[in-house]
Design a protein around this ligand. Structure first.
Ligand code: HEC
Length: 117
């Protein structure tokens, strides 16, 4: 292989790695969302409150990005509606505690956030 071909493949592989890293970053919705602050996230203070509520109350069981942990369910790809999620947050369900202190409008934003995961 001549030198030019080696350089060509080295550049190609670096580009592919860069793309993989970029894709990985972009597939983490909440992280992406939080880091999009400069892109207008500050215009959604209620959503910001919902993220803080999630981090405070939910991520110990469901993981930072709804990936689920220690046998608790994943919140990604759930088929529930926003209203059904709100009911579960308000009343709890089986092992999951109720969160009667989470009030509107944050309750709705929290349920929407989970749909977004
Ligand atoms: C103590 C651990 C724990 C905490 C804290 C917790 N959950 Fe859960 N959650 C569970 C468990 C366990 C289930 C499954 C309940 C069942 O068996 O029906 C569940 C179920 C759910 C479901 C339904 C999932 C499905 O697939 O049907 C939603 C939505 C949910 N939780 C949201 C939340 C939100 C939002 C919070 C924070 C306000 C939260 N959870 C806090 C343990 C927890």
């Amino acid at each position: 292989m001549d030198k030019k071909a080696v350089i060509f493949f080295a550049v190609l592989i670096s580009l592919a790695l860069a793309l993989i890293v970029l894709f990985k970053v972009q597939t983490d919705p909440l992280e992406n969302f939080v880091s999009s602050e400069s892109a207008g996230f500050q215009h959604y203070p209620e959503l910001e409150k919902a993220i803080i509520l999630y981090q405070k109350n939910c991520n110990t069981c469901h993981g930072s990005f709804g990936e689920g942990m220690s046998g608790n369910p994943r919140l990604r790809e759930i088929k529930l509606t926003v209203d059904q999620i709100k009911t579960i947050i308000r009343n709890g369900q089986d092992e999951m505690p109720a969160f009667p202190d989470i009030q509107e409008p944050e309750l709705s934003r929290l349920a929407e956030l989970i749909k977004y995961f």
